[in-house]
Design a protein around this ligand. Sequence first.
Ligand SMILES: Cc1cc2nc3c(=O)[nH]c(=O)nc-3n(C[C@H](O)[C@H](O)[C@H](O)COP(=O)(O)OP(=O)(O)OC[C@H]3O[C@@H](n4cnc5c(N)ncnc54)[C@H](O)[C@@H]3O)c2cc1C
Length: 387
Amino acid sequence: MDYDAIVVGAGPAGLMAARAIAKKGFSVLILEKDRDLGTKACAEAVSLAAFETAGISPTPSIISNNINGAIVYPPDESKGIRMVGGSNKGFILNKPLFLCALASEAVAAGSDLQMRAEAKEIIMEGSWPKAVTYEQRGEVKRAGFKVLVGADGVGSLVARSCAFNMEGNELIPTMQYVMVNCNIPEKDMIRTYMGNDIAPLGYAWVFAKNEYMANVGIGVRGVPAKQYLDKFIQNHPDMFKNAKIVREGGGGVPIGGQIPEIVKGNVVLCGDSSGQVIPITGGGIRTSMAAGKCAGEAIAEALEAKDLSLLSNYPERYNEYWGARIIRSLKVLKALEKLSDDDLNLLAGLITGDDVVDLANGLDIRRVASKLLKHPVVAMKIASKLL
Ligand SMILES: Cc1cc2nc3c(=O)[nH]c(=O)nc-3n(C[C@H](O)[C@H](O)[C@H](O)COP(=O)(O)OP(=O)(O)OC[C@H]3O[C@@H](n4cnc5c(N)ncnc54)[C@H](O)[C@@H]3O)c2cc1C
């Protein structure tokens, strides 16, 4: 069977893309290899604004916990930097149910969602991608498309098969436990921990899901993630002395920034497949949904006009806001990774919660840099690199 568009992957990016295309009356097939939505490990934190991007309401059925802000702990953990209220408010999702809500929207718009359907090969006519083969319950099927969307996450088959340039696509390994019988103080605050002994070139996180359960994870570079996560848990008996692990997971998070091209001929990448993640935080749910929506709208326009050159509207629109934020956050990441624990402790004493928000999310990093330039040590080590 042939479709106007085939979307590989029913994560945040793919479901948003499918909905936007189907809404305009085009036929869409979504292929998802897993038997359930949202099985991938994820700390599930999103801002309130992520729901505006998703175009759905934050109803209690798809949310595990309401978040009022965040605390970032420097290596000595003496004083956490607090970001409270306003745009710091957010949620810990029940991600499988959140994705079901997005899937419901995509299906209601007319998309054909096929679970346990793993894309295996992209079939070319000359050098032009035309069809995909997929395996579903032991049967190999084939479907044709005008446009193909690679929303298949890290290690994307679509990106590899269509020879996208993956330059700069650095992955940080992560490990996460879902733990029960935790004793997390201030359950409405997400907690992150930095430091070369705690999480070299990354950070550890504790996000309470409810009064007894939490996502506890770590992203590190150059050292074993599980070993460092276990050490972090051991070193925090106040929170985890009587806690037990009920689920383990992990995976790579692309923190090297967006790859150079996200559209090639009739193929479009969105989400983790193309590195659309805020590098400092590793947050990719909202950036991926925004990419899916933006890509889906551009695809519908191109199909309507029968002019695939209009697919370039997607990178043009996405990069104006999200692409620029990803670049700025990557700049901050590169500046921070050179800092020792003493530097990080010093920095923590100089910056406010608002500064952390701007730095981590790739917002107004020049404002923070100008402020830090006044401090002789920090000016040399970090501020100058942010300008
Ligand atoms: C441990 C961890 C914690 C994280 N915590 C957060 C967080 O708190 N907040 C946040 O914003 N982000 C977080 N992220 C990042 C976030 O999960 C991703 O950026 C986001 O899910 C990307 O969405 P996506 O749709 O691009 O890809 P994915 O969510 O990876 O979805 C891709 C889908 O494609 C499917 N697929 C892959 N290959 C095929 C194939 N060949 N055929 C068919 N289907 C296929 C997969 O099964 C999957 O369902 C975290 C990531 C990790 C690893």
